[in-house]
Design a protein around this ligand. Structure first.
Ligand code: ACM
Length: 383
């Protein structure tokens, strides 16, 4: 008789702490996909059941809870983590137990694990495009500001290297703040920015303190038209916290923005709003959503999520995600994605000013710096 037992998976994001807003959206993306999968008959008649914990934005809680999901809840697969420090904490746990982690967040690259599938952008899918856009439009004197942990250090190093390849380039400042930074923490940094007058700022500040940086910038009377903040982590979720007026004119590079006018995206947003109402979909929400479908499709092909059984069905697989048709790269476990550049507008959305029309292959070690296909260049900026 066919196995009709439910299939339990771990869903491990942060609903409290420094990255709670973005973590909440990733949880919603995961749950929406699970509900769609179950509505379509589950995994060959087996219900997909999420086991959800709040990892509290703490790497130690991530590691402890990942182990609990594996040992006590007996899941084979965990969907989770936002900050790279949390992924670095979960990595040895899934490797020790030979289980699988799907990680739906942009990150600094330079990592591979047989036990992880990376569905957010690698630096060749966001940093390279952002460096090109900022230096072409604003100049190559950059001021780096980030939160105090591994992703900002590494992402700033990469951005520094990309920008310093240009003429008249200079790294004019590099500063770090605690994860719970407030406007007072940013005041001396903004004063330094005012004194040094970079061409643009690159922010690797993450989570709920992002709003404090942009507010401190606005209060100092700085003008995004001449010296914008650029980022890979300031999404619609962070903009909902700072307010559209504060965000307008600043620049983000990401494979996904809510404002993408594809049919798949519009329908998915409609389902999300019907289900959750208060959602703020963003690049990490989208990755959390599509990776669950990638998993479910692979499960259906082999009837199991034991890592050695399911992995060959994940690698090389494709899915029509809200951003476009994505593919899991078999050689490095990262994902082929569509780089885009968005400028925040007065509606709390991003006006997409550049986008790849074909997916860019992930190159987490930055062996090549391909810009992908930038044939769709929108030159009229409606802010
Ligand atoms: C990040 O820490 N990967 C945003």
């Amino acid at each position: 008789m066919a196995n009709k037992d439910p299939v339990r998976v771990g869903v491990l994001f942060s609903e409290t702490g420094a990255t709670s807003t973005i973590g909440h959206s990733q949880l919603q993306g995961s749950l929406l996909a699970i509900e769609e999968i179950n509505a379509a008959g589950g995994l060959d008649g087996r219900e997909l059941v999420p086991v959800v914990y709040d990892a509290q934005s703490s790497p130690a809680v991530y590691a402890r809870t990942a182990e609990r999901l594996i040992v006590q809840d007996r899941v084979n697969t965990i969907f989770g983590c936002y900050m790279s420090s949390s992924r670095k904490a979960v990595l040895p746990v899934v490797e020790r137990w030979n289980k699988l982690l799907f990680y739906p967040t942009l990150y600094e690259g330079f990592e591979f694990s047989n036990n992880i599938i990376y569905t957010g952008a690698a630096p060749n899918q966001n940093s390279v495009q952002l460096a090109e856009f900022m230096t072409a439009n604003f100049g190559a004197r950059v001021y780096l500001v980030g939160s105090d942990y591994i992703y900002p250090y590494e992402s700033n190093r990469i951005m520094g290297e990309l920008v310093l390849q240009r003429q008249h380039s200079e790294k004019v400042g590099e500063r770090y703040v605690p994860l719970d930074a407030n406007e007072r923490d940013f005041a001396p940094i903004i004063a330094d920015i005012v004194a040094k007058q970079p061409d643009f700022i690159f922010s690797t500040v993450v989570g709920n303190s992002t709003a404090a940086l942009y507010r401190a910038y606005a209060q100092a009377g700085l003008d995004p038209r001449t010296m914008p903040i650029s980022s890979l982590t300031t999404s619609e979720a962070e903009i909902s916290q700072m307010g559209a007026d504060v965000a307008t004119g600043h620049v983000t590079a990401a494979p996904y923005f809510q404002s993408i006018q594809r049919e798949d995206n519009l329908k998915c947003l409609e389902r999300l709003r019907r289900r959750f109402g208060d959602s703020v979909p963003n690049l990490c929400w989208e990755a959390a959503y599509f990776q669950m479908h990638v998993y479910a499709n692979a499960f259906r092909r082999c009837g199991d999520d034991e890592i050695l059984r399911i992995m060959p069905h994940i690698l090389g697989s494709e899915f029509d995600a809200p951003q476009g048709r994505i593919r899991i790269d078999p050689s490095n476990h990262h994902t082929c994605l569509y780089p885009r550049i968005g400028i925040a507008n007065s509606r709390g959305q991003f006006t997409i000013v550049r986008e790849a029309t074909r997916p860019v292959h992930p190159d987490p070690y930055l062996v090549t710096h391909s810009l992908g296909d930038w044939t769709t260049t929108l030159t009229t900026l409606e802010l």
